[in-house]
Every structure is written in structure tokens, then in C-alpha cells.
Design a protein around this ligand. Structure first.
Ligand SMILES: *Cc1c(COP(=O)(O)O)cnc(C)c1O
Length: 371
């Protein structure tokens, strides 16, 4: 059994992807070819954002967003402690200070009350609060309903890190349209992945869109050899865009299939396990299906049992950012980060992908229900 079975999806789409790749080889426009523009249009249509700017990966997407917002030394950027390092990594790259916010014990997403404490602390430290980066962890949208008003009151820009959550929803609103800017990643194992690195940025703001389009191409002006700002090289390859076009065409269907797997897991496991919480009106795209064990020892035991049964499971993430070597020196919530520390010792994720058979789901369920 695979944790994420990319081969099953490839078997389904192989002819279409092959044809798309051949088309790129025939026209030869490998950088910013027509497939890139087509993909950007389709992504905008999918999520409802006015602009989509594709780029080289999800980390660059965050970096380009911070560049467009002119983040610099003395600025504070609020990030969850319980996330993948890329969310925070881009902040010191811009000379700014990442401040680590605690998470909710049930959704694992940014805790709005912790965010408020961190904003007060940042001001006391003499920093200027500028940006908050909520993460749609494991595919579940962050609590934008609570975070957006806080950001508005405090004058913060919201960059939604939806690397794991593109296509998730709150009511009818799709990720890509929360905050002033949303970023995502097309890393192969993400819900919408390509066959290499890739990323995208979404915004309704014409000015930010223009800036990020320029920054991703060496800060180009209207004429590409007149560079008007210091930028970088961060474009999505035409080949990757071609592959993504075929994957995007079945993505809605795949999200529904992920939903069915998650619902089946949850209804079978809920009597015995702490199953994922999806607050009302939210739709997760289930980048991960994550359970919580009592503690580290219980988690080690159950993961060993799964392994014996031939079932892969993975811990995302065993260590919150503030305990990692490179991030230890950055400020954290003045009340500490007890929830991030606790859940890092409890969580483990099960095999999850749209092509996971009911027979395999049953094997996972059985292994978790028997001692
Ligand atoms: C994967 C990921 C990223 C970075 O994406 P890359 O495409 O690998 O650079 C950023 N944030 C989160 C939460 C992620 O999971």
C-alpha cells in the first residue's frame, strides 16, 4: 500500500499527459509557453481569484508575496509554529522577524487568540506588525473568519499559505481567495502536484499581481531587458504547466474522492480514535488524514503496529518550528506554544489519496481497531 499513490493517477491520465508533453516538445516554448498562460487562466477560474501568477515552487510563492509587500528589517511576520519550515523560512530571508503563533488542538491551524497576543508582543518589542501567514494545514482552510478581522483591525496583510490546501473551501469561497494573497505549491505530493517543483500565487489586487509578475522574472519592466526592480528567476516550466492542466481537469473529482476516503476513515475510527475535526462550512482537500494518539509512546506503538501490517504512516510534523535549530532564536507567543508542542508528539497521518481502494481503507481501519 502506498502512502500517496501517484502512479494510480498517472495511469489514469497518462495518454492525455503524454499528448500535452508532446505538444510542448513540438512548439518548444519551454519558458512561459502558452500552457503557462492557459494554466493561470484555469486556476483563476477554478478558485475565483482575479490573478494567478505561477512560479517555481511554493516557497518562492511566499517569498515573492513578501517582496511585493516590501517586507524588510524591523517588520514582524506572524507564522504558525506547527507547519512546514518554508512558511517561516522566507521571513528572515527578507530581513524581517518571524513570530511563532500557537495552533488549535483540534484543527492544528493557527489559533487567533495566540495571534492577538503575538501582535501585542511584537509592538512591545519595537517591531512593526506587517503580515500574518495562516497555513491551511493538512488541507483544511485556516480560520480566516476569525483571522481576517484581526488583520484588518491591526493593519496586517494576510498571506494564506495554501500549499496543502488549494481547492479547500469555507462555504462557497475557495482557497485562493482568502487574504490579500494566497500561495500554493505543486510539489508532487501536494493535493494538486506536478512532476517536479511548481507553485502559484493568487490575488485580486492588480498592483500586487503586477509586482509579483515582475519579481518572478528578474524584476522586469514593460521591456524584458529593462529591469526596473531587483527580482529573481522563479517561473513555472511550460512542461509542468502542461502536466498540471490535465491534473487540474480532474482535480474537483479527486477532491470528492478524497472526501469519501476521509469520511469512511472517520466514521469507522471515531469510536476509538481522535479523528480530524472539520469545522462547519469548511471543506478540507485532505493533503493528510491525521489522527492524534494519547502521547509519543502510544503513537510509536500504533505506528509500529501499522508498519507490521504493511501500512505506511508518517508524522507531520515531529517538531514544531521553534524547537528546530535554525528557528530557536525567534520570538514565540508570550504564553508559550504548549499546543504545538503537544500535538507534535501525538499526530500521525494515514495513507490518503483519491485512488485508495475501499479494500485498502479497510485494512488500515482494521489495523487501527485491533490491538
Ligand atoms: C510544501 C509546503 C510549502 C513549500 O512548497 P514547495 O513547493 O515545496 O516550496 C510551503 N508551505 C507549506 C505549508 C507546505 O506544506
Amino acid at each position: 500500500m502506498q502512502f500517496i499513490d501517484l502512479a494510480a493517477q498517472q495511469a489514469r491520465l497518462k495518454d492525455k499527459i503524454d499528448a500535452r508533453i508532446q505538444a510542448v516538445l513540438a512548439h518548444g516554448k519551454y519558458i512561459l509557453g502558452p500552457e503557462v498562460a492557459e494554466l493561470e487562466e484555469r486556476l483563476s477560474a477554478f478558485c475565483g481569484a482575479r490573478h494567478t501568477i505561477t512560479c517555481a515552487n511554493g516557497t518562492d510563492a511566499l517569498l515573492l508575496a513578501l517582496m511585493a509587500l516590501d517586507i524588510r528589517g524591523g517588520d514582524a511576520v506572524f507564522v504558525p509554529a506547527f507547519t512546514f519550515a518554508a512558511t517561516a523560512e522566507v521571513v528572515p530571508c527578507m530581513g524581517a522577524v518571524p513570530i511563532m503563533v500557537d495552533c488549535d488542538p483540534d484543527t492544528f491551524n493557527m489559533d487567533p487568540e495566540s495571534l492577538k497576543r503575538c501582535i501585542v508582543m511584537a509592538r512591545e518589542m519595537g517591531l512593526t506588525p506587517k503580515v500574518v501567514i495562516p497555513v491551511d494545514l493538512f488541507g483544511l482552510p485556516a480560520d480566516y473568519t476569525a483571522i481576517e478581522p484581526i488583520a484588518r483591525d491591526e493593519g496586517l496583510t494576510v498571506i494564506a499559505d495554501s500549499a496543502q490546501g488549494f481547492g479547500g473551501r469555507i462555504g462557497n469561497k475557495v482557497t485562493g481567495t482568502f487574504g490579500q494573497i494566497t500561495t500554493t505549491s505543486f510539489f508532487p505530493a501536494k493535493p494538486l502536484g506536478c512532476y517536479g517543483d511548481g507553485g502559484a500565487i493568487f490575488t485580486d489586487d492588480d498592483n500586487l499581481a503586477e509586482l509579483m509578475t515582475s519579481y518572478r522574472f528578474h524584476g522586469k519592466g514593460d521591456y524584458k531587458y529593462d529591469n526596473v526592480r531587483i527580482g529573481m528567476n522563479s517561473r513555472l516550466d511550460t512542461l509542468q504547466a502542461a502536466i498540471l492542466l490535465e491534473k487540474l481537469a480532474v482535480y474537483e473529482e479527486e477532491i470528492e474522492a478524497r472526501q469519501r476516503v476521509a469520511e469512511r476513515y472517520s466514521s469507522a475510527l471515531a469510536p476509538r480514535w481522535s479523528v480530524p475535526t472539520v469545522p462547519g462550512r469548511m471543506l478540507s482537500v485532505w493533503a493528510q488524514y491525521t489522527l492524534k494518539a494519547e502521547d509519543r509512546a502510544a503513537r510509536d506503538a500504533v505506528m509500529a503496529r501499522l508498519k507490521e501490517a504493511g501500512i505506511p504512516s508518517v508524522v507531520y510534523y515531529p517538531m514544531p518550528l521553534h524547537q528546530q535549530t535554525a528557528y530557536k532564536a525567534f520570538p514565540v507567543d508570550p504564553d508559550g506554544l504548549p499546543v504545538s508542542e503537544e500535538v507534535a508528539g501525538q499526530v500521525f497521518s494515514l495513507p490518503m489519496h483519491p485512488y485508495l481502494s475501499e479494500a485498502d481503507q479497510d485494512r488500515v481501519i482494521e489495523a487501527l481497531l485491533t490491538d
